[in-house]
Write a protein that binds this ligand. Structure first.
Ligand SMILES: Cc1cc2nc3c(=O)[nH]c(=O)nc-3n(C[C@H](O)[C@H](O)[C@H](O)COP(=O)(O)OP(=O)(O)OC[C@H]3O[C@@H](n4cnc5c(N)ncnc54)[C@H](O)[C@@H]3O)c2cc1C
Ligand code: SF4
Length: 523
């Protein structure tokens, strides 16, 4: 008889990586244990309160990390079943085909991946189906080839966003519908699970209509009797056999007690910062620099994108409810004037007064925060940061997480911001003010920019990179640790470079890819 504390597979963390892998492995009948440090996000009206979510940080972890000066860092991250997908904006992009090769940036080199776009393409298609992605192929000028259409039609633009899209098109750009994981049926609104509300990005979905890893992966996986989930189960350490070649025990803190579990295969998927911290905490005689860290890359090459939220204030109000439907990738690889990559332009969810109070920009002259929020288009700009070995996760002597990060490769991002400013000044679609709707405001520097501070770790990745050379990577191409025979990592840690689009779909697709490998191994 099987021991109650021994499993075929243990998966640590239930977010984009771990949750998706659980879904993939569940039908195999293998005994699978999911260990998740958080509980379920409580279902309550505060799910959709910007005051509770953004101003009070009700659902955010209260854990305190440190920055390189030893100052406290309150990370904007969430520990729940489903991980950060419970809170994400569900913009589900494929990396570009070129992102898998080496790319020259003004700030240095974005290294190639050990697999090609073609290797992961079938899994992107599966992930788009699993996560109900709505989009339109053929619109995005940089999109990679796909073997299937999007499974659902694009989310339509509201009038103000359609105006902007028309203006961008008139200026020669190819704006496109953002691929989105929301279970919206615009043809049959009475049946649609998603009600297209303004509190999606950054908020949990009260009606379970967002394509998150809990609703679409963990809950269905748990319908299989061979899958068990332990919540509030914090994995503090992994122990190995005397040879150091196998993880033999997963140490868990739960309900104030220490428990131990074992499995033939152990998969770490705690998010790029916590996964690195877990391996670093698991030092032993055979792994003196941290588990699977003979290469000394674990914790290094932390990336999180160069991100900005930019509010373009106009004379006319912006009554849009669901703002995230439009993106622009025309400058992803550069522009006529600049031959290096610049990045991706899209939107955050509509900002309101309470959200602005949480990270208030300078007040535009003549505006209150409330008025600013009502008159703004709220852009999200992402550029690629490069994998610098000195940008890293370390532990202090008490075991606290320390995040050391110096931004890099910023010139392309500054140029992207300048490009957007220029484009906004050429808006013409406003029937009342034409160009003037924006031009006057820009002239008075009312285009406000705020770089996401270090605590914004939403796009964390890169800390346990995969590769073919054990000297320069911790994981092999199947995301198995080079130095440990039964240890895998499937969260965003494996990225050797990050591209400039949102990471979640790539994490999900990779988890499905690794899942295929594990199913063969488990046979
Ligand atoms: C506000 C916000 C908006 C975002 N919007 C987008 C978007 O629109 N598009 C996009 O692609 N991405 C977006 N992201 C990023 C996206 O959510 C992440 O890239 C993705 O969730 C990362 O997946 P992961 O598996 O690496 O980690 P996570 O999803 O963070 O999952 C890690 C899990 O591990 C658990 N865990 C951690 N440590 C331990 C431990 N020691 N023991 C046990 N369990 C542990 C955590 O509780 C968590 O459940 C957004 C993120 C945020 C916060
Ligand atoms: S109802 Fe739709 S728009 Fe609102 S939070 Fe849920 S998925 Fe997002």
């Amino acid at each position: 008889m099987a021991r109650a504390d021994h499993f075929d597979v243990i998966i640590i963390g239930t977010g984009a990586g771990g949750g998706t892998l659980a879904y993939k492995l569940a039908p195999s009948g293998k005994r699978i244990l999911l260990l998740e440090r958080g509980g379920y996000v409580p279902r309550e009206k505060d799910n959709w309160s910007t005051k509770a979510v953004n101003l009070e940080g009700k659902y955010q972890t209260k854990e305190v990390w440190l920055d390189s000066n030893g100052d406290p860092l309150h990370p904007h991250t969430n520990y729940y079943v489903g991980g950060n997908t419970k809170f994400y904006g569900a913009a589900l992009f494929r990396l570009r085909r070129e992102d898998f090769g080496e790319i020259k940036h003004s700030g240095g080199i974005s290294p190639a991946w050990p697999i090609s776009y073609e290797d992961i393409e079938p899994y992107y298609t599966q992930a788009e189906r699993l996560y109900h992605v709505h989009g339109q192929r053929g619109e995005d000028p940089t999109e990679p080839p796909a073997s299937a259409p999007y499974p659902h039609p694009p989310v339509s633009h509201e009038p103000r966003i359609q105006h902007l899209s028309d203006d961008f098109a008139r200026l020669g750009l190819r704006p496109f519908h953002t691929p989105l994981g929301v279970m919206l049926d615009e043809q049959n609104p009475h049946k649609s699970r998603c009600i297209r509300c303004e509190t999606c990005d950054g908020h949990p979905c009260l009606v379970y209509a967002k394509s998150d890893a809990q609703v679409l992966c963990v809950d269905p996986a748990l319908e299989h009797p061979n899958v068990t989930l332990l919540t509030n189960a914090y994995v503090s350490r992994l122990e190995t056999s005397p040879s150091g070649r196998e993880v033999t025990k997963v140490i868990v803190q739960r309900n104030g007690a220490t428990e131990g579990y074992s499995a033939n295969i152990v998969v770490v998927s705690c998010g790029a910062i916590n996964s690195a911290a877990l391996l670093l905490r698991s030092v032993n005689d055979k792994h003196p620099r941290g588990l699977a860290n003979g290469s000394d890359v674990v914790g290094r090459h932390y990336m999180g994108h160069v991100n900005s939220v930019l509010m373009a204030i106009s004379k006319c109000p912006n009554p849009t409810v669901f703002q995230k439907s439009l993106s622009v990738n025309d400058f992803y690889f550069g522009s006529k004037e600049w031959s290096y990559p610049m990045g991706h332009i899209s939107f955050v969810g509509k900002l309101d007064r309470d959200t602005l109070r949480a990270g208030a920009p300078a007040i535009a002259p003549g505006f209150t925060l409330d008025l600013m929020a009502k008159h703004s288009l709220d852009f999200w700009l992402t550029s690629e940061d490069l994998p610098d070995p000195d940008n890293r996760v370390i532990l202090d002597h008490k075991g606290n997480i320390v995040l050391v990060y110096t931004p890099n490769n910023e010139e392309g991002h500054q140029r992207l911001i300048a490009k957007l400013k220029e484009l906004m000044q050429q808006q013409a679609k406003c029937q009342d003010h034409g160009h003037e709707c924006h031009v006057g405001l820009f002239a008075r520097n009312l285009f406000l920019g705020q770089r996401i501070p270090l605590a914004g770790v939403a796009h964390q990745n890169g800390t346990i990179r995969f590769g073919r050379d054990p000297k320069t990577s911790a994981l092999d191409v199947n995301c198995k640790a080079h130095e440990v025979d039964n240890l895998y990592v499937v969260d965003a840690s494996f990225f050797p470079s990050s591209g400039a689009v949102n990471p979640a779909l790539t994490i999900m697709a990779n988890a499905l890819r690794v899942g295929d490998h594990l199913l063969k191994r488990l046979r």
